[in-house]
Ligand binder design. Structure first.
Ligand SMILES: Cc1ncc(COP(=O)(O)O)c(C=O)c1O
Length: 392
């Protein structure tokens, strides 16, 4: 046990996450550990469904996309009622981009080549509706050059679509500078905060971004089925998503055949029946992240990711994440030969990590990680590399 470990008060949370007992859990950038409380919440869902049935809608289910969104809002710096819940980020991105007319002169989308593929797929398909997608390339496949990204934003730019933290390398982008430039040019910003929220401080109102999307599977420990969408409140009256549905109507129970009249509240960004069990599953994760506090999580993450880099350096393993802790999110990518096969072997041995092509093995401590787990994980990678008996 390392000298600083007994002082690590965050380790008291370990008992809330059963999977930590029998795995070395370094995969929270991909799937955060399941809290014990989530099982209780899912049982609650089953009880309510079976006993309250249709009455459950007016006893809480109808308001859930906003009420659960408020828990996320506390994590990302949004105000009450400003975050709506959806099944995933791809849906949220589709909703936002469906608000715009791409046929005019202002039709450019500026993004980075390292943005998450879903976002780029959606943006690229908008070219069929008149949009022009311009992606800023990375020179090292780790960072995104801020000067080139800012220079790409011009008076023909409608939307700047960026990830706060790059999923492959964990590079942190300067959302404040990007938003300032975008607004100077009359463009809007959609920030994907999936790889930051819950481990790197996010403040959508301080940055003044127009939209933010994220999900629950990773750092928020919420499991699959719950994504979230923040839209700057003063924009609401101007935005009419084409990806829509009856829940977005001002008076949904009139079942009016249309055209739709959008709700004045954030309900205007909803569409059909929400994923109620997904929200039951996810909310405990949000509550825990709020209880622990992102500032404390970030402080520990900076220390542990620095330690991981130190260990990788000592072992002679190439690191493909920023070395400057101010530019580095919660993950360290270690690029070893045959990374895919090494990762498979690590998983077999209950070391939970993942592999991304063109990047390497992604290793992520979270607030529940022990320092000693970092040492044993790097040692295990070395062992696998050294073992001639493992066919890799
Ligand atoms: C930054 C980022 N955005 C989006 C996604 C995909 O989100 P979803 O599966 O909810 O659409 C991921 C990861 O899966 C991600 O890392």
């Amino acid at each position: 046990m390392r000298h600083n470990e007994p002082m690590d008060s965050l380790l008291q949370w370990r008992k809330e996450f059963p999977v930590l007992e029998n795995t070395v859990y370094l995969i929270s950038h991909s799937l955060g550990a399941m809290p014990k409380r989530s099982r209780d919440r899912l049982n609650e869902y089953a009880d309510i469904w079976s006993t309250r049935s249709i009455r459950a809608w007016e006893e809480g289910w109808w308001e859930m996309p906003i009420e659960v969104g408020n828990l996320v809002g506390q994590i990302i710096g949004a105000g009450p009622g400003e975050v709506t819940m959806h099944p995933n980020v791809s849906t949220c991105q589709a909703i936002v981009t469906s608000c715009f007319d791409w046929r005019g002169k202002r039709n450019k989308i500026v993004s980075e080549g390292l943005n998450f593929p879903s976002n780029l797929y959606i943006d690229r398909k908008l070219e069929e509706l008149g949009a022009r997608l311009v992606t800023v390339a990375s020179e090292d496949e780790i960072t995104v050059p801020l000067d080139r990204l800012l220079a790409a934003i011009d008076e023909e730019t409608l939307l700047v679509s960026v990830s706060h933290v790059i999923f492959k390398s964990s590079f942190i982008q300067d959302l404040k500078a990007i938003t300032q430039r975008a607004h100077e040019m009359g463009a809007m910003v959609i920030a994907d905060v999936y790889q930051s929220a819950g481990t790197v401080p996010v403040n959508v109102r301080e940055w003044n971004v127009d939209f933010a999307t994220g999900g629950s599977v990773k750092w928020l420990c919420g499991g699959p089925g719950a994504g979230y969408l923040y839209v700057r409140r003063d924009l609401w009256p101007r935005l009419e998503p084409r990806v829509t549905g009856w829940m977005a109507h001002k008076n949904p129970f009139a079942f009016d055949p249309g055209p739709i009249e959008y709700a004045d509240t954030a309900f205007r960004f909803l569409n059909g029946t929400p994923n109620i069990p997904g929200m039951y599953a996810a909310r405990s994760g949000y509550e825990i992240i709020n209880e622990v506090g992102v500032a404390a999580i970030r402080e520990k993450s900076r220390r542990q990711t620095a330690r991981l880099i130190e260990l990788a350096d000592e072992a002679g393993l190439p690191v493909r994440s920023p070395r400057d802790p101010g530019q580095r999110g919660g993950t360290v990518t270690i690029d070893v030969p045959n990374g895919y096969e090494v990762t498979k072997e690590l998983l077999r041995r209950d070391f939970l990590v993942d592999y991304r092509p063109g990047a390497g093995i992604r290793v992520a401590p979270h607030f529940y990680t022990k320092d000693e787990e970092l040492d044993v994980a790097v040692r295990e990678i070395q062992r696998i590399l050294a073992a001639s008996s493992v066919a890799i």
